[in-house]
Design a protein around this ligand. Structure first.
Ligand code: HEC
Ligand code: HEC
Length: 393
């Protein structure tokens, strides 16, 4: 228990340090917000990517299977994501407010720290009443151009995701949504915020979800050294980084066939900068990369997990759905020599007869890949005040 408490205290994003917690109750913290909201509608998207709400299409699934008519996928509109500055401002306050958890100790920001590109640096995170999440907290960068969210790709849009952690017992302990509504209605600083965002003070689950999705959706990045390089033929990168870029996009390493486009994420949806390569295994942007012969956590199914975006990857360690790898070197070593021959291993890692094919990278190639991955860090995103904790004074 003591150990759990000290883990909680260590979590940088926590609104109240544990020591303060007792004294805070009567004398609650209020968010400090700018009089004119930040320009959350000015999305900073990587070159060639589109927000899901603009391309407005998504493969239709029924019971986990894609719907096909005459051999063609069927598309359905996805929720339109138009970011409004006051709605996202409300979302910012909600994101960092521990009131969203049953016992006022956990906020979204407790497990999603801005300076770590919204991951938390831990293998697993501590949620409500010290319970540990079953999966590694995910970084949040450009979720608006992805159509599959969570490690098992179970959510397609930000909107249907946002209330899930709040209602999830382990993460925040607030499965009774009407109690949350009541709590927010009784918190003075929310009245003007709901009013500015939606025109009335009324608190509803729909509004909470919309505000959180808009805030999270506004978290975008196109200011990394890689992005700068897109405009100057990568003259700003070192020789090693440029070699890494070439290997990443080569037929041999195939990294970019999964971590694709300029968002380095799955290529199978509205975020697909190439207009939709829906070939086989990458459906729902989840696949099996041979981490284990037997998966304890099956993910979407049979060890298929979301192909995560590699934006800000240097900041979101440890890696994989279970945080098993501490460094990028370990991740690259997995692809080079550690792929297991799982029966559902992605065919990109087999020789055509179903036998596993390791990449067998040289020492230099591995170093170059790691150096390249580090060019995806956007240090402006992680210090931009519009995504920072408004309760910190
Ligand atoms: C106790 C830690 C914890 C808290 C609190 C928490 N999260 Fe998460 N978050 C996680 C973990 C762990 C995952 C991956 C879960 C999974 O795949 O099942 C995740 C996944 C996500 C993702 C998916 C990212 C992607 O690329 O697919 C988003 C977005 C997100 N959380 C937003 C939020 C919001 C908004 C809140 C507050 C309402 C919140 N989180 C609260 C730990 C947490
Ligand atoms: C067949 C598709 C595929 C290919 C090819 C591929 N990856 Fe991945 N990558 C994934 C999936 C899926 C995951 C998440 C697996 C999990 O957590 O179980 C992942 C995870 C990662 C992660 C960790 C991300 C995180 O947030 O924890 C890194 C880094 C990474 N890959 C880099 C690379 C590099 C570098 C290459 C090329 C050498 C590569 N990948 C090739 C599908 C792929």
């Amino acid at each position: 228990m003591i150990r759990l408490i000290s883990i909680i205290c260590l979590m940088v994003g926590l609104l109240y340090s544990c020591a303060d917690n007792a004294t805070v109750s009567g004398d609650e913290l209020k968010p400090i917000l700018p009089a004119v909201p930040f320009a959350y509608d000015g999305l900073r998207l990587p070159k060639g990517t589109n927000p899901a709400g603009v391309t407005n299409r998504n493969i239709k699934f029924i019971n986990g299977q894609p719907v096909m008519i005459n051999g063609q996928f069927v598309f359905e509109p996805v929720g339109n994501v138009t970011i409004k500055p006051w709605v996202a401002t409300l979302g910012r306050v909600l994101f960092y407010d521990t009131k969203l958890s049953l016992n006022n100790t956990i906020a979204c920001g407790s497990c999603h720290h801005q300076e770590k590109a919204f991951a938390d640096g831990l293998q697993f995170s501590t949620g409500f009443e010290g319970r540990i999440t079953g999966r590694n907290s995910m970084g949040i960068t450009n979720p608006i151009v992805q159509n599959n969210l969570f490690w098992d790709s179970r959510s397609k849009t930000l909107h249907d995701l946002s209330l899930q952690p709040v209602q999830n017992h382990i993460e925040m302990g607030m499965e009774n949504i009407s109690r949350l509504i009541e709590k927010l209605e009784n918190t003075a600083y929310y009245k003007p915020l709901f009013n500015k965002a939606f025109g009335t003070e009324q608190v509803t689950p729909e509004r909470i979800s919309t505000a959180l999705s808009q805030f999270v959706g506004s978290i975008t990045s196109n200011r990394s050294r890689f992005d700068q390089g897109l405009n100057n033929n990568f003259a700003n990168l070192t020789e090693l980084e440029r070699l890494g870029n070439d290997i990443f996009h080569s037929d041999r390493a195939k990294c970019s066939t999964c971590h694709g486009g300029n968002n380095f994420s799955a290529l199978d949806g509205p975020g697909d900068p190439y207009g939709g390569d829906f070939s086989g295994q990458d459906l729902r942007g989840a696949t099996n990369i041979g981490l284990d012969l037997e998966y304890k956590d099956k993910g979407l199914n049979n060890g298929k997990f979301k192909i995560p975006s590699l934006r800000n990857i240097d900041l979101t360690k440890p890696y994989m759905h279970d945080g098993r790898f501490k460094t990028l070197e370990e991740v690259v070593e997995h692809y080079s020599s550690g792929i297991k021959q799982h029966r559902d291993l992605d065919s990109k890692f087999t020789d055509g007869k179903g036998n596993v094919k390791q990449l067998n990278l040289t020492h230099l190639e591995k170093k170059a890949l790691v150096a390249f991955l580090k060019t995806l860090t956007d240090s402006e995103m992680i210090s931009d005040p519009k995504w920072s904790n408004p309760f910190k004074q």
